[in-house]
Design a protein around this ligand. Structure first.
Ligand code: ZN
Length: 219
């Protein structure tokens, strides 16, 4: 899949990442989340207005919303991010973008509350993998050659909290919701702990891989 990119010029951390044409080149190791946030702000009017309510927001007031919530496997990529005010982000919680828009359109508080309860009941099926959340076209086919993904980071023992989180989620729901994100040249961008978990427990078939075809790692 291709991620949304702002029009050039876009230069991140003194040239660590640069948008050229319709491609994003990453020249040096970067905090992937920070890079995606910066790209998202560049796409949406420098992050000056809330995507949901349209209010003006300063840098201090700005938060970043995952349209498909992180808890349901929503990836931290520009296609899934929007700048929002704190109020909208907090109120949205774990609603999807379309659910939140419907919720906002309900004028009556009681009705809105009931709507939310119904939605959240439906969400329980997401954790068990019975309901798919992120668009199918974002995800690589299940036969993707995972052995070719280049994980450059050192594997250290003991494993960190991120790894524990993945393990706990897996023990509870039998599924890893957080996806692994790689560049078009198969370098790991996000989801190191998920990779590690899948490798150790041989659970690759339960992991979603998202390949960003317009992102190239150059180092
Ligand atoms: Zn707002």
């Amino acid at each position: 899949m291709n991620i949304l990119l702002p029009k050039p010029p876009f230069v991140f951390n003194n040239g660590a990442a640069v948008v050229e044409g319709n491609l994003l080149y990453i020249y040096r190791p970067v905090d992937f989340r920070e890079l995606m946030y910066a790209l998202t702000n560049a796409i949406y009017n420098e992050g000056k207005t809330c995507y949901y309510c349209g209010a003006d927001i300063t840098e201090k007031q700005r938060t970043m919303d995952h349209k498909y919530p992180v808890d349901f496997g929503g990836p931290t990529i520009t296609n899934n991010l929007v700048p929002t005010c704190k109020k909208c982000n907090t109120t949205k919680g774990n609603l999807m973008e379309d659910e939140f828009k419907k919720f906002m359109a309900i004028g009556n508080a009681e009705e809105a509350k009931a709507f939310r309860v119904g939605i959240e009941r439906g969400h329980r099926k997401i954790h068990t993998g019975k309901v798919k959340v992120i668009p199918e076209e974002w995800i690589c086919p299940k036969d993707y050659p995972i052995n070719e993904i280049e994980m450059r980071m050192q594997i250290t023992v003991p494993l960190g909290r991120g790894y524990e989180h993945v393990s706990k989620r897996f023990a509870k729901y039998g599924k890893v919701l957080k996806p692994v994100i790689i560049s078009t040249n198969k370098k790991l961008l996000d989801g190191f702990n998920v990779c590690l978990f899948a490798k150790v427990h041989n659970q690759w078939d339960r992991v979603n891989i998202i390949k960003l075809d317009n992102v190239i790692v150059m180092y």
